[in-house]
Design a protein around this ligand. Structure first.
Ligand SMILES: Cc1ncc(COP(=O)(O)O)c(C=O)c1O
Length: 389
């Protein structure tokens, strides 16, 4: 089994692959050479020219258009934020929710999604947690909906088990009932196909430090043009259609920018936006479909090894329901330190050890990992406290 792209060239982009088995893209991406170079170019411009801000802002618009195309949106639907949580909080506070309205969330989904809406309790908005099932489609939510249900907010891919929610089907169900659908795409973006043109969503929030390969501190909120009239909870001069040229604030001219830019507050994370341009080059050079197929192939190979070794997984098994995240039913307290001692980077999760792949992982790494798992199982079983020598 081989990747259908030049995997050696990709691995040269990620020097960390020479140091360890990095199976932790769901936590954060390792830095790539070209993303680091883009950051350095930005800093050099700052050093040498004291910062060509108009040119930097032109590039922000170029990257906005690229991000929009990446997810099937219009540039006017894209706002840059700090991270997923900021996007979700902007969404929760912009929706016209009033006392007695309710919002559906999935129990045990990412807490950052839940807190954005739980915080609306002060407005009298009720949060209803829908139990997390092994497979959840639109019908899982219907029994929890009543005439005061205004929004449903959930992850595209769950962080703790790699379950993919059927956003297209859930979006359709929400659209028929005039319920806003808010999607946290932090785990899926850059790895699992996400196309808002074919998945009816109201708002999609994500950060860029996992599948989009840049350091923490940049997020995106995509606001459907159907919601172009929503009002932001916060206001800054950047949100205004006609900022006063003398920069003296006046209450009589506060028309908002059209589209999602009304939700942007203050200056941008310019270095990260420059980095994102380089990251999108890299992702598009490899090909989004190729990345997705590659991580699924790696999952097939890992599952075959796990079956042979006798290690179960927590989330979905079948290729059409899986993504780049596979959670092994092993006790994190003993396995994560063991794996770290073998130079394997993974994450502890609530139900096991989370393994997640990126474009730079290889079949040979999976085979090596299987050997490490076999030795670990012989020495520590599925989860006692002592490490093998
Ligand atoms: C589903 C999901 N949402 C959100 C986050 C993080 O939120 P933020 O980008 O605000 O740090 C994570 C993990 O880091 C995640 O897995």
């Amino acid at each position: 089994m081989g990747a259908n792209f030049d995997i050696e060239a990709v691995r040269r982009e990620f020097p960390v692959t020479r140091q360890m088995l990095y199976f932790d893209t769901a936590h954060q991406s390792p830095l790539s050479v070209s993303v680091k170079a883009a950051l350095e170019r930005f800093y050099s411009e700052g050093l040498e020219t004291a910062g060509p801000k108009p040119r930097w802002l032109e590039r922000v618009e170029k990257v906005r258009a690229r991000v929009a195309a990446f997810i099937g949106a219009e540039p006017s639907e894209i706002a840059f934020t700090k991270n997923t949580s900021e996007g979700l909080n902007i969404a929760a506070n912009a929706l016209p929710l009033t006392a007695g309205d309710n919002v559906l969330l999935v129990e045990g989904d990412h807490p950052n999604n839940a807190y954005a809406f739980l915080n609306l309790a002060s407005k009298g908005v009720e949060v209803r947690f829908v139990p997390m099932g092994a497979s959840m489609g639109a019908q899982s939510f219907v029994p929890h909906i009543d005439e005061r249900t205004r929004a449903l907010s959930l992850s595209h891919v769950t962080f703790h088990s790699g379950q993919i929610f059927d956003i297209a089907g859930i979006g359709q169900m929400c659209a028929e009932r005039n319920i806003a659908l808010i999607v946290d795409a932090m785990q899926s973006i850059g790895v699992v196909p996400l196309d808002v043109a074919s998945m009816p969503t109201s708002m999609v929030a994500f950060g860029c430090h996992k599948g989009l390969l840049v350091p923490q501190g940049l997020g995106v909120l995509c606001v459907s043009r159907a919601l172009a009239d929503l009002k932001p909870a916060y206001l800054a001069v950047a949100s205004l259609a006609h900022p006063p040229s003398d920069l003296v604030a006046r209450a009589d001219n506060m028309e908002l920018k059209p589209g999602a830019r009304r939700f942007e507050i203050g200056n941008y994370n310019l270095p990260d936006i420059h980095a994102l341009d380089a990251a999108l080059d890299l992702i598009e050079r490899v090909g989004r479909a190729s990345i997705n197929q590659h991580v699924l192939d790696l999952g097939d190979r890992l599952l075959a090894h796990l079956d042979e070794i006798g290690i179960d997984i927590v989330g979905p098994r079948s290729r059409d329901q899986r993504c780049h995240i596979i959670v092994l039913k092993l006790t994190p307290a003993s396995w994560v330190p063991y794996l770290a001692s073998e130079k394997v980077r993974v994450s502890p999760e609530r139900d096991g050890v989370r393994v997640s792949f990126g474009m730079f992982n290889t079949a040979e790494e999976i085979d090596r990992f299987a050997g490490i798992l076999k030795r670990g199982k012989a020495a520590i079983g599925m989860g006692s406290a002592s490490l093998p020598n």
